[in-house]
Design a protein around this ligand. Structure first.
Ligand code: SAH
Length: 359
């Protein structure tokens, strides 16, 4: 076994792992790779390896993530984990059990540079990109957690902290490993983007047909410029064209995220503009009332008007659902991740039973 500087276990590619295993029989590489990815085990648990090797691997290929805090809501069906990275940065992932599926929402960056004013991560600013290993390990950890409650992790959404397409190469290597090595179908992986047009175009050329979700929030440039600043660089016309390209290339259903903000993007005219884009792209609209965050004083649209907005979209022929708002009580809901993590990391495990919320 070669002595190397330690690099996190899911950051090693096959060549790097092979180099680490030099001096071992050749079949060890597949044993370890399959143990890490296929089985999602720690080296220490790989009983088909010699004991000394297990210990060495644990040391030379350590974990990237350390649990800093874990909180539960929705009677244990929503579990938020705050992870500490090797340099002390904090990111979060949220595991959600639904009747027919189990989904983990993972982070792709510490912080975010997109500066959407209503989003807690956007308010905090950019810290750094996550590595391939830091992204993959969030999924492996979620799969283990799901297994411990007799559930099977079925879906991954890249909708946690950060802008996935601003960290494209690492994101895509992580997607490849999840698809090929972990065995999650690309059709069960969803990349959510603020609308980075070159990234969407690149996605259209990839082999893995993942789902594309676009955080639209406004269907005219004036409003979108204000809510989602990257719109000034990639205005709606270009964004819609890139979505069309993706649809054509992959045939996967697109979805639009729309955080309903009281009096801002919940007017009749907003529904009409949104419906016309959604119809053109055959996209599904996910409505979610805005979650209040410390740096944005406006609140979410009240439930009755959320329902009316959805009805209006449906009347216009667009498909729309009001998304169940998981983990609100534990700051695990959209845009709230790590809202308070930096201020006061929580160290105890708390169960906060809360009814499922619907807009
Ligand atoms: N940067 C990516 C993924 C992370 S954000 C993106 O923009 O899609 C995940 C989703 O949460 C996005 O749809 C984002 O717009 C939404 N979101 C952010 N802050 C929110 C808030 N305060 N209330 C409701 N949704 C929010």
């Amino acid at each position: 076994m070669a002595e190397r500087q330690s690099i996190s276990r899911y950051d090693l590619d096959r060549d790097a792992l092979a180099a680490l295993l030099s001096g071992q029989p050749r079949y060890r590489l597949e044993q370890v790779w399959d143990g890490l990815y296929g089985l999602g085990k720690d080296p220490a648990e790989l009983t088909n390896l010699p004991k000394a090797l297990r210990g060495q691997l644990d040391e030379l290929a350590p974990r990237a993530l350390r649990v800093a805090a874990e909180r539960q809501a929705d009677r244990g069906d929503t579990i938020k984990t705050l992870w500490e990275l090797h340099d002390g940065r904090l990111v979060e992932s949220v595991l959600m059990h639904y009747p027919g599926r189990t989904t983990v929402c993972v982070s792709t960056q510490a912080g975010c540079a997109m500066a959407c004013g209503f989003c807690a991560t956007g308010q905090a600013g950019f810290e750094r990109h996550l590595s391939v290993g830091e992204i993959v390990e969030q999924v492996i950890a979620a799969r283990r957690s799901a297994q411990s409650s007799n559930r099977r992790l079925s879906n991954v959404v890249f909708m946690g902290m950060g802008e996935p397409l601003a960290n494209y190469d690492r994101l895509w290597e992580a997607i490849r490993r999840l698809h090929i090595d972990v065995g999650l179908s690309a059709r069960h992986l969803t990349v959510s983007t603020v609308g980075i047009v070159p990234g969407i175009r690149r996605m259209a050329t990839e082999a893995e047909p993942v789902n594309l979700a676009v955080s639209l929030h406004a269907a005219d440039d004036t409003l979108r410029d204000a809510l989602v600043p990257i719109n000034r660089r990639y205005p709606l016309r270009e964004l819609i064209a890139a979505c069309e390209e993706y649809l054509e290339a992959k045939g996967r259903r697109l979805s639009f995220e729309w955080a309903l903000i009281d009096g801002v993007n919940d007017r009749n005219i907003d529904a009409e503009r949104l419906a016309s884009i959604a119809l053109r792209l055959r996209a599904h609209v996910n409505l979610i009332p805005l979650n209040a965050t410390p740096g944005y004083p406006t609140t979410g649209t009240p439930p009755q008007r959320v329902a009316a907005f959805r009805d209006r979209l449906e009347d216009l022929g667009a498909n729309a659902t009001v998304r169940k708002n998981r983990g609100n009580d534990i700051d695990a809901a959209c845009g709230q991740l790590a809202a308070r993590a930096h201020a006061q990391p929580q160290t105890q495990v708390t169960a906060v039973p809360a009814p499922l919320r619907r807009g």
